[in-house]
Design a protein around this ligand. Structure first.
Ligand code: PSU
Ligand code: MN
Length: 304
């Protein structure tokens, strides 16, 4: 039945079937996260980094209604350039499929499709979370629910402080999702290495990560994990600069009445606009850093 919907490219299929390491990649970051042509350039570099570190990349999106695992360079180019690609989370998938539309997958939907294909490791930039003032708005990303139930581990640089990081951690705790710091005790906040919040566990090697996730899944403990990998020091941003931009973006979103699925893309675009090219460069390099760790982790997992 799944074959009707799911299209896995040959290289990725061969790797999955023979137990080789594969790293899933999302596509919202391409369509909604960065401007063209940087988005395409970054997506292709990320795939290259994964290959250089011994794993097979599988960029995921929905194209003409097909759940695609492993995009070609042309498909990545198309997605990066096309107008009207729909940001697709769990609830959107059936409609994008039935309408034979193009959808860029978020963390949640990339996890879903990766799990359908049998991929356990996924690398990206930042996850969605509990928004500030969620006590009133109820704005909590579907990414968190997905982490609670789908067996895919997500390597990221933490979450942006456009979110309420404290509430995001509380939510993940309730849902039983481990938040793991890679070589750090502190939750990184995307552009910065620090946030003031602690992670649940610190690990110091890809092998340690692989052993913990293997135990989780062999025990039948459903769900993923957040592997928080701090941005490399040389690309990290000044805390005051980034916080000012975030405050400004949040107040503008409020004035404009931005709601629902538009909130995250709006805030990301605003922060980028306010901090200029610097935040874009930081963003790109933290994704590269996560791609590398994702590949190393997938490699260790495949050896266990
Ligand atoms: N945060 C980022 N960069 C991103 C996203 C979040 O720093 O690109 C994207 C991811 O695709 C994530 C989605 O899964 O936004 C979350 O959107 P929402 O908050 O609407 O669930
Ligand atoms: Mn939301």
């Amino acid at each position: 039945m799944l074959e009707k919907y799911l299209v896995i490219n040959d290289a990725v299929k061969e790797a999955i079937e023979s137990g080789k390491p594969v790293v899933a990649l999302e596509s919202t970051i391409i369509s909604h996260g960065m401007p063209y042509p940087k988005n395409v350039e970054t997506a292709l570099n990320v795939e290259k980094i994964i290959r250089e570190n011994g794993a097979i990349p599988a960029t995921i999106a929905i194209l003409n209604g097909k759940l695609k695992v492993g995009l070609t360079a042309d498909e990545i180019e198309y997605l990066g350039k096309a107008e009207g690609v729909i940001k697709t989370s769990r609830r959107d998938i059936p409609f994008i499929v039935a309408r034979k539309a193009n959808g860029a997958t978020t963390v949640a939907s990339t996890m879903i499709i990766a799990a359908m294909a049998g991929i356990k490791v996924f690398a990206t930039g930042g996850i969605g979370g509990v928004h500030r003032e969620a006590q009133q708005t109820f704005d909590i990303s579907a990414d968190l629910e997905e982490l609670a139930k789908t067996n895919v581990a997500v390597v990221c640089a933490g979450a942006k402080s456009i979110l309420d990081l404290g509430l995001t951690l509380e939510y993940l705790e309730t849902k039983g999702v481990p938040v793991i710091g890679y070589k750090t005790e502190e939750l990184p906040a995307f552009y910065t290495r620090e946030s003031g919040f602690k992670v649940d566990y610190r690990v110091n090697s890809p092998l340690e990560l692989a052993e913990a996730l293997k135990a989780k899944w062999e025990l039948g403990l459903q769900g993923g994990a957040v592997i928080a990998n701090p941005i490399p020091e040389e690309f990290s941003m000044d805390l005051t600069t980034i916080n000012l931009a975030i405050e400004k973006a949040l107040s503008e979103a409020k004035t404009k009445g931005i709601k629902g699925k538009e909130t995250t893309p709006f805030l990301l675009a605003k922060v980028k606009e306010l901090t200029g090219g610097e935040s874009l460069e930081s963003n790109i390099h933290l994704v590269y850093n996560n791609a590398k760790l994702g590949a190393q982790f997938a490699l260790e997992l495949s050896k266990l």
